[in-house]
Design a protein around this ligand. Structure first.
Ligand SMILES: Nc1ncnc2c1ncn2[C@@H]1O[C@H](COP(=O)(O)OP(=O)(O)OP(=O)(O)O)[C@@H](O)[C@H]1O
Ligand SMILES: [Mg+2]
Ligand SMILES: [Zn+2]
Length: 517
């Protein structure tokens, strides 16, 4: 059937009406990550791969972005390692989404005024320039638009950028959306006005549907804003299925396997459940099916934690190399490198030495044993340190929940080149330790720190048979975990000594470092 023309309008008028209809048409319903995938363009100034945004490149960003875009969620907290896309995915994408989809008055807070300016010039302005959906919304040309570096007006709202060190920007108009970046770098007080984060949040009180996004790499335990916020949230950890058995698990540093003597070697990861070790590629492929698992699902605020093991922008080898440098500095008494590593790679706070257990408190926690071995001990292990003229052996008892007791610290002196001292060591390791009821426990496994490789190793080669005998008699050697003097400090390095049958190559694990699980 032929269409009947109702009114005969001139062509330009028809085109105008068509354009009006297109503008008035409601936008398609998109989540924040869908918005980013459809419209966001990465700028050359700040991205190694400028061009279209792809959330698939960093799958862990999706759920977080969608929580930010969800109008039913009031607060989203992200505590994470550095360089995982915090500013791009959780500050800039929401800005674009709000400008384009849900206009509102928005406040972006950076640690300082200078950092606010840099953020505006280097990150926000290029995003607006390169993302066609945003370009027309902000008038950067007219001097009557009221737009400045720290303030951008758009239809239905504005973006105000402030530094947490300056109270000036904090004391004006109400805001609905607060995007606070790197909060652990904020000063305690904005000028003399008080906590900058609280000041900013006060400005949201008139909005029932306000939104607060708090993002940071954590810094020092006890002074960390982001950790406090995260602890009160749902505490969601990124879980990845094992490429072998499919078990979902968080990627934790304790299960990273590497050869400390070969920083260029392959870095592997051991499954928590099946124990199968796989390379980075397989785990990162599996990460595409990853999901966040909450520890505290009842909390109102959504909180997410991410370490760099999940990051698609950084290789495990780099993480291990940085760790080895930091560890060397730590062994020389300088903790600064390790502090940065824990913050920026694990995305966890660093506990300052001075805040750890006081001497007196430690002393008061001593227990008197009623036998060589207290009742709770189930297994004995020994760590042997090789010095030029002696072995220093520490025997440790282990109970349920990895509770540990110091049982004996024995120095065995002798000439390392002579047979006698090795015989004495064997005799000591093969000896028994009594419990109160007369039961005798033997050392189940022992490890030996590998010192001055050249010399000691040659000497020990000749002794390998004896070590094997020892193993047969004492049971299969296992890995000795690092442990604390009183459930706490001074981690013992986990080293595998091949004469004692601890594996093919020496593996080093950073025992004693925080293990978020
Ligand atoms: N989904 C993505 N696709 C492509 N590139 C991305 C993606 N997410 C982040 N990036 C890029 O990763 C780099 C780091 O991002 P960003 O600066 O947002 O990280 P950050 O966690 O805020 O870092 P910092 O801890 O240094 O502040 C940037 O170059 C950014 O463009
Ligand atoms: Mg950032
Ligand atoms: Zn597995």
């Amino acid at each position: 059937m032929k269409k009947r023309k109702i009114i005969d309008l001139p062509k330009p008028t028809l085109e105008l009406l068509a354009r009006c209809a297109a503008v008035l048409k409601p936008p398609p319903a998109l989540t924040l990550s869908e918005w980013a995938d459809r419209y966001r363009v990465l700028s050359a100034e700040s991205s190694a791969e400028p061009g279209r945004w792809h959330t698939d490149k960093a799958p862990y960003q999706r759920e977080i972005m969608d929580a930010i875009g969800d109008p039913h969620i009031r607060k989203v907290v992200i505590m994470s390692a550095a360089q995982i896309g915090k500013t791009d995915a959780f500050i800039l994408n929401p800005l674009g989404y709000y400008m384009d989809y849900a206009p509102a008055p928005i406040l972006v807070m950076q640690p300082t005024l200078d950092m606010g300016q840099t953020f505006s010039k280097d990150r926000l302005a290029p995003m607006i320039r390169d993302t066609p959906e945003l370009r027309d919304k902000i008038d950067v040309k007219s001097r009557y638009s009221g737009n400045t570096i720290m303030k951008k007006n758009f239809p239905g709202g504005h973006i105000t950028i402030v530094g947490a060190n300056s109270a000036t920007g904090l004391a004006s108009r109400p805001i609905k959306v607060l995007l606070a970046d790197e909060v652990d770098r904020y000063p305690a007080s904005a000028g003399t006005e008080g906590d900058p984060l609280s000041l900013a949040q006060k400005r949201q009180t008139t909005f029932w549907d306000k939104k607060t996004v708090i993002v940071s790499t954590p810094v020092i335990k006890g002074q960390s804003r982001i950790e406090t916020e995260f602890n009160q949230s749902t505490r969601e950890e990124w879980n990845v299925p094992c490429p072998e058995c499919g078990e979902y698990q968080p990627l934790v540093w304790a299960n990273v396997v590497f050869d400390k003597d070969d920083p260029q070697g392959e870095v592997l990861y051991k499954c928590e459940r099946c124990g199968v070790v796989n390379g980075e590629y397989k785990w990162k492929q599996a990460s595409k099916r990853g999901r966040f698992v909450p520890e505290n699902p009842g909390a109102e605020a959504r909180g997410f934690h991410l370490n760099t093991l999940a990051s698609t922008f950084c290789s495990w080898k780099e993480i291990v190399q940085k760790f080895l440098v930091a560890k060397e500095q730590l062994d020389q008494g300088n903790p600064e490198g390790m502090k940065v590593w824990v913050n920026t790679e694990l995305g966890e706070t660093w506990e300052e030495q001075g805040e750890q257990v006081e001497d007196a408190a430690l002393l008061n926690r001593r227990e008197l044993y009623d036998a060589d071995v207290p009742e709770g001990v189930l297994v004995l292990t020994a760590g042997v340190d090789v010095q030029d003229d002696r072995f220093e052996v520490e025997v440790v008892g282990w109970g349920i929940g990895k509770e540990s007791w110091g049982i004996r610290y024995q120095k065995i002196y002798g000439d390392m080149l002579k047979e006698q001292v090795w015989q004495d060591l064997d005799n000591f390791l093969l000896g028994g330790f009594k419990k109160k009821d007369g039961t005798v426990l033997h050392i189940m496994s022992a490890c030996m720190a590998q010192r001055s490789k050249g010399r000691c190793r040659q000497e020990r080669h000749g002794r390998r048979e004896e070590r094997r005998r020892h193993r047969r008699r004492c049971g299969q050697a296992g890995r000795v975990h690092g442990r604390d003097q009183v459930h706490g400090q001074e981690a013992v390095k986990e080293e595998k000594e091949h004469e004692y049958g601890f594996g093919k190559k020496d593996l080093f694990h950073p025992a004693g470092l925080p293990d978020r699980r």
